[in-house]
Design a protein around this ligand. Structure first.
Ligand SMILES: C[C@H](CCC(=O)NCCS(=O)(=O)O)[C@H]1CC[C@H]2[C@@H]3[C@H](O)C[C@@H]4C[C@H](O)CC[C@]4(C)[C@H]3C[C@H](O)[C@]12C
Length: 321
């Protein structure tokens, strides 16, 4: 499964990150798409990228199929599995902006500067169930989109395209976003405060230490549980100032909902694990990432596309953070 959170630093710069949980590696790589890059959309002709975009993707014949990405205006997006609920249009609809599901993160980040702009454009947009290429199928996803002001969740189901304001800046997998928000009400007594000593009849019950107020927050990997735990951690983490502190915040928070090999099998019997954790920083344009087997954090930057030819995706040299 996957989990994503968004937050801002003291000066309002956004960080959006995600765990990508699955049983195998897709051969994903970090790429930078330069501004002006020609985008061969399925249903839009002659499009070029208004923004430079950085993120994790499959570099499919010089076409970035982004899993999550951010742009030079500070807007970022991540796609998370949503099978059993996601239902896209079977074909394009006349008079609408038609976007194939696999194009969605790229279209958002290449075209828009703010969540408000995306939300307005979505009123006239249809997400189409078109495969990216032979054998690739159509991924059933929902998306979180964030900027310095807020985040939204986009869910396309049989009853249409829904855009939800995401006041907890969190997304996991199934079920729907409104269900996850309703479920949070079960946990409103959870607190990070140091517990008081309780008196039960004649007994004085002192806390063992910190953490008692958090009891009841789930620690398993099930999607509703990850949503609750990620939302709790994101709501209680103190505001931080520097880039390093905020990148640490992202990686530590997402570690809180990490999937550890052996803990849970997928339907096909294989263990699911956090293949990678990624974090886009709108402050620097850096994309930080760490892999399951190599948890050291590396990063690449949007700057790596500066002066690059708009014809090719940039293959950036990873730096150690
Ligand atoms: C598997 C990934 C989602 C991880 C996740 O949410 N897992 C949940 C597990 S569970 O079901 O809920 O158990 C998704 C996120 C982005 C997806 C990829 C991107 O959409 C880009 C292309 C799109 C193509 O249609 C399929 C290949 C693909 C390369 C996708 C493969 C896969 O579906 C990815 C990698």
């Amino acid at each position: 499964m996957c989990t994503s959170i968004r937050f801002t630093d003291n000066s309002g710069h956004m960080y959006l990150g995600r765990n990508l949980d699955w049983s195998f590696d897709y051969g994903q790589q970090v790429r930078v798409m330069p501004r002006g890059f020609h985008i061969p959309y399925s249903f839009i002709d002659d499009a070029t990228a208004a923004h430079a975009v950085i993120g994790m993707c499959i570099d499919y014949r010089n076409y970035p199929m982004f899993f999550d990405c951010g742009n030079d205006a500070g807007l970022a997006v991540a796609g998370l599995n949503f099978p059993g609920y996601a239902e896209y249009a079977e074909g394009p609809v006349d008079g609408k902006t038609n976007i194939a599901a696999y194009e969605f993160p790229l279209w958002v980040a290449a075209t828009f500067s703010t969540v408000d702009e995306v939300e307005a454009a979505l009123r006239d947009t249809v997400i189409v169930a078109k495969s990216a290429g032979e054998g690739l199928g159509v991924s059933l996803l929902h998306w979180i989109i964030g900027d310095s002001q807020r985040s939204i969740v986009v869910e396309v189901m049989a009853d249409g395209l829904h855009v939800y304001d995401d006041p907890v800046d969190t997304l996991a997998n199934q079920p729907t976003f409104p269900w996850h928000m309703e479920n949070l009400r079960t946990y409103i007594t959870a607190t990070s405060d140091f517990p008081q000593t309780a008196t039960w009849r004649g007994a004085e019950l002192k806390p063992y230490g910190a953490g008692a107020g958090m009891r009841g927050i789930p620690g398993d990997c099930y999607s509703p549980s990850r949503f609750v735990k990620a939302a709790y951690l994101n709501a209680n983490y103190p505001q931080k100032e520097s880039e390093t502190e905020n990148v640490v915040r992202m990686f530590r928070s997402l570690e809180g909902v990490v999937m550890i090999e052996g803990a849970s099998r997928m339907g096909d019997g294989k263990f699911e694990k956090t293949i990678y954790t990624g974090c886009f920083s709108a402050r620097t344009g850096n994309y930080y990432y760490a892999m399951y087997g190599d948890p050291s954090i590396r990063y690449v930057s949007l700057m790596d596309a500066e002066g690059a030819s708009p014809d090719r995706l940039v293959v950036p040299e990873p730096r150690r953070s």
